[in-house]
Design a protein around this ligand. Structure first.
Ligand code: HDE
Length: 704
């Protein structure tokens, strides 16, 4: 017999009842007196009476084509997805503000840099490059770092990465690079990984990629948090002052929390434990009021300085070491608000390097020049309309008027007859519309590059672009011994995933141009003979080391923004837990309580609920761990794989471990974890918790 949702078969239809147990009819009736927004309607504004049942010819009969409510709902759902970004598909974003702290009107007339204290709203999206939108957050990859400044003179998009150089020198190679790193064409894997044949095949044949490869194999490519990455505009840009004078410029973001990375084994395990690790970290930090911040720096220089360098500033595979040209601070970006809706904002935001404001301009970097075409084009494909600039996240916050009209999904409703220019309608008393403004409008910098051989049409690159190894060597030699070991190990790991041996050999032959010791270590790691050195188009130079390129040389451990786990179980000493928790929070960190069960546990001195269950809160998710356990609880956990793995991983990832006597006797001793500079009694834990103990690494991992 047919059943109504409010029929006596009631319980079977519990899901059709309102929160108070009312039937949906009762909820609807209540809604008649509720505010307008509480009514469910169709997209045409028609109130929906029943959102549980489609319209049928009899309760057990076929669904009717007439059911426009059902059809509208399913139609919209069927079209929810839009094409994901071809690169940088996986991203996380936040709103924020840029405050100018050190104005540079003498260099740029851009209004956002004009006065101290000037605030400009912005939206920043971080991303991985290779994986799809649903891929994990922690692969070895470059991270996108794209900022949209809603300035009062128009939107300026600084679309950069967390690494200051790029794989290729000319836009014409970009599709090849991306095809090679993405899932292989025939088999559709691997997802979000560079450790496969086609990527290393391309790289081995493109010596210009060697500098970027050093960065990509370094710890920079496995960041601890999006909040702990530097950002770089990469290309040389131009600043232009009010008189029209131009200065070359490179943009650098430096995070207030310092740069920090994970270790590879940790990144791999995080991918399983929390695929959204970076997205969650950013979201939670902002929700908790721990607003991440970065200072924006510029490196400014003129033609004469550029001409004095042994590399070309138009070559995006080169950087200018900070020791050679000191960066100058201009302001601070603070991310202070999470998006309200992931799709509307993070997914639909459309960055374009062509979005520029008076006072900032491009250089002839051939990679940048290609990007100036590509981004507008991709937005049309992705967002489906030339009117994508009207989406709230993309729309400028300053006035916008022109005679562009119509197109798919036009939301503006322009008034009047004027949709062309010049027009004389104003003379006839009508609205003639906007006019160009030669005085304040954007004017391209009148570039006069003396080193450009007369501007003949050629398919060539600047002579110094042929130096493929000097800066790769500079980067490698500027790292600490431990960081060099990470690079050698990453290369060994990636190349060991390459099946075609000739590809590995070719890469090894290139590494010899960077550093003989590096090449020898990787060859030994692969158990392969060292091949002959690849011929170099230009002999590499030995440049002065740049300590600024190392993470470890510049890293001061800081509790601020870090997450510390405290493991407890029944009977644990609550006062001891409270003390560590308070210490962590006082220093700006977050304490996260872990126990075998998440419900309330009885402790010595009170009761406590854990924030996370042990098996679901592995130590890879934290910066340091401490354990406060009674002997019987410790003995029980010593029989549990998740608990043992918790300590082994923290130890293996060179983290600080705080222990109580029972933890030491029952668990650490069983695991063979000896106290060292970072394995300490709980009383000494807080002082060193955020540090990583790299001295330990040779004892826990075979590095190349
Ligand atoms: Fe991109 N890049 N790119 N890129 N790129 C895109 O634009 C492209 C390059 C970067 O969070 C796409 O909206 C070409 C360098 C970031 O939405 C696409 C070339 C740098 C983001 C595109 C480059 C970047 C993108 C894909 C070589 C660092 C994500 C979807 C000429 C300076 C922005 C989209 C976001 C996104 C093309 C090289 C950074 C296809 C052709 C170098 C951070 O248009």
């Amino acid at each position: 017999m047919a059943q109504k949702p409010d029929s006596p078969g009631g319980d079977a239809f519990a899901f059709q009842r309102g929160p108070g147990g009312e039937t949906h009819q009762q909820v609807a009736a209540k809604g008649d007196h509720a505010s307008e927004t509480s009514h469910l309607t169709t997209n045409q504004g028609l109130r929906i009476a029943d959102n549980q049942n489609s319209l049928k010819a009899g309760a057990r009969g076929p669904t009717l084509l007439e059911d426009f409510v059902l059809r509208e709902k399913i139609f919209h759902f069927d079209h929810e997805r839009i094409p994901e970004r071809i690169v940088h598909a996986r991203g996380s974003a936040a709103h924020g503000v840029f405050e100018c702290t050190d104005p540079i009107p003498e260099l740029s007339k851009a209004s956002l840099f004009a006065t101290k204290g000037k605030q400009t709203p912005l939206f920043t999206r971080f991303s991985t490059v290779a994986g799809g939108a649903g891929s994990v957050d922690t692969p070895r990859d470059v991270r996108g770092f794209a900022v949209k400044f809603y300035t009062d003179e128009g939107n300026w998009d600084l679309v950069g990465n967390n690494i200051p150089v790029f794989f290729i020198q000319d836009a014409i190679k970009f599709p090849d690079l991306i095809h090679s790193v993405k899932m292989e064409a025939d088999r559709g894997y691997p997802q979000a990984a560079s450790a496969h044949d086609t990527f290393w095949d391309f790289i081995g044949l493109m010596p210009e990629a060697m500098h970027m490869v050093m960065w990509a194999m370094s710890d920079r490519a496995i960041p601890r948090s999006l909040r702990m990455m530097e950002g770089f505009g990469i290309h040389t840009f131009r600043l232009v002052d009010a008189k029209g004078n131009g200065t070359f410029c490179k943009f650098i973001w430096k995070p207030h929390l310092g740069v920090q990375s994970t270790v590879w084994d940790e990144a791999v395990k995080i991918a399983g434990a929390d695929p959204d690790y970076h997205r969650r970290d950013l979201y939670e930090a902002i929700e908790a009021g721990g607003f991440p911040a970065w200072d924006l720096y510029v490196q400014v220089f003129d033609e004469a300085f550029a001409a004095s360098l042994p590399y070309d500033v138009l070559d995006p595979t080169k950087l200018i070491p900070e020791e050679v040209l000191a960066p100058r601070k201009v302001g601070t970006m603070t991310l202070n608000r999470n998006p309200d809706n992931f799709f509307a904002e993070t997914e639909q935001v459309a960055f374009c390097p062509t979005n520029i404001v008076p006072g900032i301009d491009f250089s002839n970097d051939p990679l940048l020049q290609g990007r100036l075409f590509s981004y507008l084009d991709t937005q049309l494909k992705r967002l489906g309309s030339t009117n994508f600039h009207q989406l709230p996240i993309n729309a400028p916050k300053c006035p916008m008027h022109n005679f562009q009209r119509d197109g798919h999904m036009q939301t503006a409703v322009p008034k009047g007859r004027a949709n062309y220019e010049p027009n004389s309608l104003a003379d006839a008393g009508e609205d003639g519309g906007p006019r160009e403004c030669p005085a304040t409008g954007f004017a391209s910098f009148r570039a006069n590059d003396e080193r450009n051989d007369g501007g003949m049409k050629v398919r060539e690159r600047g002579e110094l672009f042929a130096d493929h190894y000097s800066q790769a060597r500079l980067f490698y030699r500027s790292q600490t011994e431990n960081e060099q070991a990470h690079i050698a190990s990453a290369l060994t790991f990636e190349l060991s995933k390459v099946v075609i041996e000739a590809i590995r050999t070719r890469v090894l032959s290139r590494l010899r141009n960077i550093d003989e010791d590096l090449a020898t270590r990787v060859a030994a790691g692969l158990a392969m003979p060292l091949p002959a050195k690849a011929p170099a188009a230009r002999e590499p130079l030995d440049m002065d080391e740049s300590p600024a390129l190392s993470i470890q040389k510049n890293h001061a451990p800081d509790m601020n923004g870090r997450k510390i786990a405290i493991l407890f179980d029944e009977g644990s000493d609550k006062a001891a837990i409270d003390a560590i928790k308070a210490g962590v929070e006082k220093a700006g960190g977050t304490a996260f309580l872990v126990a075998p069960k998440v419900g309330e546990l009885k402790l010595k001195g009170g009761a406590l609920k854990a924030d996370g269950q042990l098996a679901g809160s592995p130590s890879v998710l934290f910066d340091a761990v401490a354990a406060i356990l009674m002997p019987d609880a410790a003995a029980k956990l010593a029989m549990d794989g998740a608990a043992l793995g918790w300590f082994m991983d923290a130890f293996g990832h060179c983290k600080t471990i705080g222990y109580c006597p029972a933890t030491k006797a029952k668990i650490l001793d069983k695991l063979g974890i000896e106290p060292d500079a970072g394995v300490v009694p709980n009383g000494e834990f807080l002082a060193i918790a955020p540090a990583r103990h790299w001295d330990r690494e040779p004892n826990v991992r075979m590095l190349a």
